[in-house]
Design a protein around this ligand. Structure first.
Ligand code: DQA
Length: 158
């Protein structure tokens, strides 16, 4: 099974950017930690970061037929992007939305997520640890998907 982690604009600046809100951990460190957990669980994982909305849409589309699940922090596009929401809807893969900060404790414009309604669930406010929670959640979702598939195969054979 394969999971693609998609990171939106300015997340390449983690470690430097507004440390009081996002912490001191760099994106590479977050990814290295996720990679090690994925490896321990025989899960393939790929990382992608872009500051461009269209590139994020392209990456989500590429997940169709290539990945089993998506972990996404659309960053500022969370609050604005119908295109990213539509792409997530179109591929119809299990998706977990992550926010490092608690978007509901911040400015009002951050309280609306365009993308959360088309995701399986959202994790917000746990700092970089949220990515670990997202990965654990995704592994649970994928094991349920696998169990359903196996059950369907059994009934088709019977
Ligand atoms: C963010 C929250 C967004 O509102 C913001 O634009 C980001 C990061 C987070 O991870 O907390 O860039 O998605």
């Amino acid at each position: 099974m394969k999971v693609v982690v998609i990171q939106g604009p300015n997340l390449n600046m983690l470690g430097h950017r507004e440390q009081g809100i996002y912490g001191a951990m760099k994106l590479e460190t977050i990814h290295a930690q996720m990679e090690s957990v994925a490896k321990q669980n025989n899960l393939e994982i790929e990382f992608f970061q872009s500051n461009l909305e269209g590139e994020i849409v392209d990456k989500i589309q590429e997940c169709l037929g290539d990945a089993d699940g998506i972990i996404i922090n659309p960053a500022a596009y969370t609050h604005t992007s119908i295109a990213i929401r539509d792409a997530l809807s179109a591929v119809s893969l299990p998706a977990v939305e992550v926010h490092i900060s608690n978007i509901y404790r911040r400015e009002e414009f951050r309280h609306t997520s365009m993308t959360a309604p088309v995701c399986t669930g959202q994790i917000s406010g746990f700092g970089p640890f949220g990515y670990h929670l997202a990965l654990i959640s995704m592994m649970q979702i994928l094991s349920e998907v696998q169990a359903i598939r196996q059950e369907q195969e059994k009934t088709q054979k019977a």
